[in-house]
Design a protein around this ligand. Structure first.
Ligand code: SF4
Length: 375
């Protein structure tokens, strides 16, 4: 079995989307008129920068975007290079860009067995636009070709009356209920609360009917600050494809430019006990693989797989085995001293950053005052 060494979350930073879901964070945060679909480096350079040798072994890559991930035509070149390098890969998609799914289905089965399509099920929007048929046709297309799939429902208050028909449709089409995520309200970045008018108990009762381990686990840690020692920056990192910025986590510090001196080792530095987020809103991926080894979490395959009514499973045997691992099994954990040094270094960086911000504010205030005095 392939051993997992690291997890690279690749954000394409592309904004276009072919759906307009009312709850989408894009409307709160991103200038949606930006239609740039290009990346800082080409796919071959990306593969060299993230070779198995440089990363220390086989890794999990998650490709995601601000808008729909599969809209940039070049994206599949990156996916292919990463798979050919021997890594495992996941694409977060709304499963409606048929051209991309057709192309994916032509990949060799040996590559597809290491690929999972995380098909976000935006039920109401798909229904309104008459796209439900093509959504499921694309899911079937890649599944029949040999890739893993997982269908993930966005639990929005508006679709509560439609729960019955959603369940029926999914049983008919993909042999099981969809998994259910927990949506965050990105218009409140300081707290990232749950996006719903329901109380937590009501929310659990309403969406619990899907019997989704993803939902159960995500809800159990949602809005709870994570204070355990986190290896994000070493075992997990975030890569932004347009700017070429590699950072510890979404808001962590920058790791050495991965494309500058491509043959030199990467400078992995974990965040430690100083998670900068209000809570680990992607715990269903990062904590299930064990970014914080002391945090109790199920395995990633358990929050993604489903056994269908006909006995088949959503995950290929290769993905299922690869997802059923924790980083600590294949990486050395830090001792007390090393952890203390990491935390001290991170605190120092945080302090000097705040200090720089204070200096910048003082400079901004002083500048017009100096001008007034000069007049
Ligand atoms: S706890 Fe989660 S959000 Fe915080 S740094 Fe670690 S992986 Fe990132």
């Amino acid at each position: 079995m392939e051993k997992i060494r690291r997890f690279i979350c690749v954000i394409t930073q592309t904004n276009p989307c072919n759906l307009k879901c009312g709850y989408c964070f894009l409307q709160h945060q991103i200038p949606t008129k930006d239609n740039v679909l290009d990346f800082k480096v080409d796919a071959k350079t990306f593969r060299r920068a993230f070779s198995r040798e440089r990363l220390g072994g086989t890794c999990m890559f998650n490709f995601t975007a601000n808008g729909e991930t599969l809209i940039p035509p070049k994206l599949l070149d990156f996916v292919r290079e990463v798979l050919e390098e021997g890594h495992f890969c996941e694409i977060v998609t709304n499963a409606t860009v048929t051209k991309a799914f057709e192309k994916l289905a032509t990949f060799p089965e040996s590559l597809l067995s290491h690929l999972m399509l995380k098909c976000s099920f935006h039920y109401l929007e798909l229904k309104k636009r008459g796209l439900l048929e093509s959504f499921f046709a694309n899911v079937h297309r890649v599944r029949n070709a040999g890739a893993s799939i997982t269908v993930e429902l966005m639990p929005h208050d508006e679709i509560i009356p439609l729960i019955g028909e959603i369940q029926d449709r999914c049983i008919r089409e993909v042999g099981a209920f969809p998994h259910v995520t927990v949506a965050r309200d990105a218009s409140q970045p300081k707290t990232l609360p749950r996006l719903s008018c329901l109380s937590t108990d009501e929310y659990r009762r309403v969406w619990g009917v899907f019997d989704s381990k993803l939902f159960e686990y995500k809800l159990s840690v949602f809005e709870k600050p994570q204070r355990d020692f986190c290896y994000a920056g070493d075992w997990m990192m975030v890569m932004r494809l347009r700017t070429g910025l590699l950072s510890q986590c979404y808001r962590g510090y920058r790791i050495l430019d991965p494309f500058r001196d491509i043959d030199s080792p990467l400078d992995f530095k974990p965040i430690g006990n100083l998670c900068p987020e209000p809570h680990c809103f992607n715990a269903h991926a990062w904590l299930t693989f064990g970014c914080c080894p002391t945090a109790d979490a199920p395995y990633y395959d358990e929050v993604r797989n489903r056994v269908c009514v006909d006995g088949t499973e959503w995950l290929t045997p290769e993905c299922k085995a690869f997802f059923h691992q924790k980083f600590r099994e294949n990486n050395d954990e830090y001792g007390f001293l090393k952890k203390t040094v990491v935390n001290a270094e991170m605190s120092l960086r945080k302090f000097s950053n705040q200090h720089r911000t204070i200096q910048r504010i003082v400079r901004t205030i002083r500048h017009p005052l100096t001008n007034i005095r000069a007049k």
